[in-house]
Write a protein that binds this ligand. Structure first.
Ligand code: ADP
Ligand code: MG
Length: 309
């Protein structure tokens, strides 16, 4: 550091006609952002790996950049940005900044790049190197991120393996705050006003029936996510596959009605072969019909801390 300071001072003497640069580190200039490849896409967004290289000498940093597939959804991305930039936790993907074009009509979200992708891609590929204790460590980290999110009065609303990102074999982070809502001080739920492409197989009954989202609705989705994790995100046994195999394939709106009906009658996804009974017990505690009867993230953290130690 001392050396750097000395150099800076020398430079200043040589170049004191140039004013000191005041740059906002969260303002990414689109001309310096070079696309490397596509990382993934969901219903609304698209995420690309880019090199941000303002010096133009390939010494820049790798970042993940999210944009929207259709431009008219840009207010949704703005909401996502205003959520993620307030979140600071080890198990939540880090916000880095934004990149907007000249007119400011188009906006992109710049975040840290997690090289191993989502759990949905990572688990099937690395199955042979990941034991159950490791899976439970991921579960614990997700609960810790969710406990923090809840403490900030946010409801994620899209917790699923596809939205959990892998930093390395022993660290995962929650991503995709595209459906996240903050709950008002006088309420304990968020009421959906516009119909969207909801991840229905991850949703609790109260979300499907009354369109109400509580913190406990995220706990239900966590149960589905844990189900995915314990089955190593096996595509043959993904939640939509398991539901459709059990309640029967049907067309259009019928599926939703049958899903609600099955859940109300107490039907739940069965224990995956690779999931120990004691973990399935925790999954079932996430799937109590009434939100007030579900386990919360705090007690899940205690359970998983016990499992991984
Ligand atoms: P959408 O809102 O469209 O679902 P996501 O934010 O979930 O968008 O991103 C889509 C996919 O892109 C993810 O499932 C993941 O595979 C990949 N991805 C997203 N963010 C990152 C990141 N920071 N680093 C690496 N891959 C990412
Ligand atoms: Mg997603």
């Amino acid at each position: 550091r001392a050396i750097v300071r000395e150099l800076d001072e020398k430079d200043l003497h040589l170049t004191d006609t140039i004013p000191p640069q005041e740059t906002d580190p969260t303002d990414f200039k689109s001309r310096f952002l070079k696309k490397i490849r596509k990382l993934g896409e969901g219903n609304f967004g698209m995420v690309e790996l880019c090199l941000y290289d303002p010096k133009g000498d390939q010494t820049g940093e790798l970042v993940a950049v999210k944009s929207l597939k259709t431009e008219n959804e840009s207010s949704n991305l703005r909401k996502e940005i205003s959520t993620i930039r307030n979140l600071y936790h080890e198990n939540i993907v880090k916000y880095k900044g934004i990149c907007s074009d000249e007119g400011g009509a188009n906006i992109k979200l710049v975040m840290e790049y997690l090289p191993a992708g989502s759990l949905k891609d990572y688990l099937p590929r690395n199955k042979s190197n990941i034991d159950q204790k490791r899976l439970l460590l991921y579960a614990l980290q997700i609960c810790q991120g969710m406990e923090y999110l809840g403490s900030q009065n946010y409801i994620h609303r899209d917790l699923a393996a596809r939205n959990i990102l892998v930093e390395n074999e022993s660290l995962v982070k929650i991503g995709d705050f595209g459906l996240t809502k903050s709950i008002k001080d006088d309420k304990d739920y968020y009421k959906v006003t516009e119909e969207q492409d909801s991840p229905v197989y991850w949703y609790a009954p109260e979300c499907l029936i009354n369109r109400k989202f509580y913190k406990a609705s995220d706990v239900w989705s966590f149960g589905v996510t844990l189900y995915e994790i314990m089955s190593y995100c096996d595509r043959e046994n993904s939640p939509p596959q398991v539901f459709l195999k059990s309640i029967g394939r049907s067309h259009g709106q019928m599926t939703m009605a049958r899903l609600v009906d099955a859940l109300e009658k107490g039907w739940r996804m069965p224990r995956p072969d690779t999931c120990p009974e004691m973990v399935y017990t925790q999954i079932r505690r996430c799937w109590s019909q009434a939100p007030e009867n579900r386990v919360d993230f705090k007690s899940l953290i205690e359970e998983f801390e016990f499992f991984v130690n």
